[in-house]
Design a protein around this ligand. Structure first.
Ligand SMILES: [Zn+2]
Ligand SMILES: [Zn+2]
Ligand SMILES: [Zn+2]
Ligand SMILES: [Zn+2]
Ligand SMILES: [Zn+2]
Length: 610
């Protein structure tokens, strides 16, 4: 049997003609259910026979990565049974590992075969075993992982010494120096200003003692410490806050009109306690001018707040508001549509898919030509974002009739106008019926409305290994039913060897679902599905319904409504996209049974058709 002549629908094991069930995780040969579960040597698989070196490489590197056996043990075994090498891989179980340490070759073979046999019967009984086996990373003990065990392809980048930061603007440098109390060159007059940090401490506080002020208790060292702490703040706002904390407006008892200011400095012995000093002492210790103190006093607001810095920043003038108005007016000229999905949750509106901010801005720009009032592109984008407007993304499966009408010239439009009108009316009517049914189902528990549809074919195995792209993969079908009121999802999973995807299968799935509804005591059922002739809109479904109604205990009526072609419902599509997204999140999907886990993880009710 040659590679090119192999029939992809039969097992790749020698002499076996059974149908394919899944791919061998190591050599990617297609195997039947029995041979897949046996997990025998890859040497029995056709491809491995032709290219016997490949599986050896894969398995040895795999075991190295897993760190299951140490070097000595492996060498020892190689002497005894060189052929056993290919058995070692990701999917080895502990039993076969333990037995192989024994010395006697024959005994080893027997023991291993036995454990394989028991393994196979186990996995036939419990399908969950397969999932565990194919996810070695997840099932492995987390405590044994170390940072080094997460290997990546390729090498690390060369270490480049960190680049010094780019020089700040002169403006910024001057500001920093000034706030930190060092000398700086004035921006306007270009003259050199003296360092405030090193200004003189001179004060004459001879009489302060008699006024009840404690100016004399401050030594030179304490004053220096206070000053350097003040300038180390190096931030104008923080320094102003400091001054604000150490000044207080008080009312003298005698004269009620004149407000005086009291100045405080941190005490030398306990810096957390403030001591009252005279103004000259306060100003002299900090090395600031009286004017700075005055500014802070002027910025004091009720309840101990200090007004922020008013200088700098962009002045949002009336011109800005005018520009915004103009941009808004321009955007409002475009027709908009509300969100297609989840209308209740989102307040987004959508513009035509042919537009984008650049195109819109170009139109705006040309419309304002000649006048001075023209906003920038960034302002245009900002307004667009604030108005909560997005752009439609074209759907993949467009309805041919709608598309022709939308893109056609006036003459073509006129020709199909009648048909289009009916088409749109049909579409609206079904949507309306569906939302009515949903509302009723929310209140009435004997009434169920559901949508059903077949998801896009899922191809398995899905793996980052590049070999897999050159193989024909197993098609998996997922038939979904979504209950509108309870928001429950049902997935009927099967693959191409088990079922096809015709009306018979869909009828069986719906029948099974209806049986469960019958047990729940539901009286009336309304279905919505797309009008695909091969699957839904045919004589098989009504025949099944008749058969079901004849036997049902509680269900009295079942109605099926068909959407116009290519105008499917959003609920079923949303469910499909949820499943597809969770499949994309999983790195490796090897076996169809894993799909049920994935559907369950997506908070849906998986039902396996095995
Ligand atoms: Zn087989
Ligand atoms: Zn194989
Ligand atoms: Zn294999
Ligand atoms: Zn004093
Ligand atoms: Zn249409």
């Amino acid at each position: 049997m040659q590679c090119g002549q192999r029939n992809p629908e039969t097992c790749d094991n020698f002499m076996c003609t059974d149908e394919v069930w899944a791919a061998c995780p190591e050599c990617l040969c297609f195997l039947c259910f029995l041979h897949f579960n046996l997990r025998d040597d890859c040497l029995c698989h056709n491809l491995a026979f032709n290219l016997s070196e490949i599986p050896l490489d894969i398995s040895s590197s795999a075991s190295q990565y897993q760190g299951l056996t140490n070097e000595e043990e492996r060498n020892n075994e190689d002497e005894v049974m060189p052929l056993m090498e290919s058995r070692r891989g990701n999917f080895e179980n502990q039993a076969s590992l333990d037995t192989r340490v024994e010395e006697n070759g024959d005994q080893v073979l027997m023991a291993t075969l036995e454990s394989k046999q028991s393994d196979a019967t186990d996995s036939l009984d419990i399908p969950e075993h397969l999932e565990e086996a194919s996810l070695p990373q997840e099932s492995a003990d987390n405590s044994q992982l170390s940072p080094e065990s997460f290997q990546v392809d390729g090498e690390r980048a060369l270490e480049v010494p960190e680049q010094p930061k780019t020089v700040k603007s002169r403006n910024q440098l001057v500001k920093e120096r000034r706030n930190a109390g060092y000398s700086y060159e004035s921006e306007k007059s270009k003259e050199l200003k003296a360092a405030r940090r090193f200004a003189s401490y001179e004060t004459s506080c001879e009489k302060c003692h008699f006024r009840g002020l404690s100016c004399n208790t401050f030594s030179c060292n304490t004053r220096e410490a206070i000053r350097s702490a003040f300038y180390d703040l190096a931030d104008l706002t923080k320094q102003r806050e400091w001054i604000g904390r150490h000044t207080e407006q008080i009312q003298e008892k005698k004269s009620r009109k004149i407000r005086k200011c009291a100045y405080f400095l941190p005490n030398a012995g306990d810096p957390c306690i403030k001591v009252r000093v005279c103004k000259a002492m306060f100003v002299g210790t900090l090395g600031i001018s009286e004017r700075q103190v005055k500014t802070v006093l002027g910025k004091k607001r009720p309840y101990g707040c200090l007004e922020g810095e008013g200088r700098g920043g962009r002045q949002t003038s009336d011109r800005d508001a005018l520009l915004r108005e103009g941009v808004k007016r321009h955007i409002n000229q475009f027709p908009r549509q509300e969100s297609h999905y989840c209308r209740a949750n989102s307040r987004c509106e959508y513009l035509s898919e042919d537009l984008n901010p650049e195109i819109m801005y170009r139109m705006y720009n040309s419309s304002t030509e000649g006048t001075e009032e023209c906003a920038s592109l960034s302002l245009y984008r900002k307004v667009l974002k604030k108005m909560n407007i997005k752009f439609h993304h074209p759907k993949k499966d467009m309805c041919p009739l709608c598309e022709t009408y939308r893109r056609g010239n006036p003459k073509e439009r006129e020709e199909i106008a009648g048909a289009y009108k009916v088409h749109i009316a049909e579409k609206e009517k079904v949507r309306e019926l569906k939302s009515l049914a949903k509302e009723r189902a929310l209140v009435d528990h004997t009434f169920v409305s559901a949508v059903f549809d077949l998801e896009q074919v899922i191809y398995l195995p899905k793996s980052p290994q590049s070999d897999i792209f050159y193989k024909r993969r197993l098609s998996n079908y997922n038939f979904t039913i979504y209950e509108l009121a309870s928001k429950d999802g049902w997935c009927f999973l099967s693959h191409e060897c088990e079922t096809k995807r015709g009306s018979c299968e869909i009828a069986s799935h719906v029948h099974r679902y209806l049986n469960s509804l019958d047990e729940r005591g539901v009286k009336q059922v309304v279905f919505y599905c797309d009008g695909c002739v091969g699957q839904n809109k045919n004589s098989i479904i009504p025949t099944m319904l008749q058969h079901f109604i004849g036997k049902a205990k509680s269900v009295e009526s079942v109605t099926v409504n068909y959407f116009p072609t290519n105008h499917g419902q959003s609920e079923g599509d949303a469910m499909h996209s949820v499943i597809e997204r969770s499949i994309r999140r999983v790195k490796e999907v090897m076996v169809p049974t894993q799909l049920s886990t994935i559907c369950a993880m997506a908070r849906l009710h998986p039902i396996l058709i095995m």
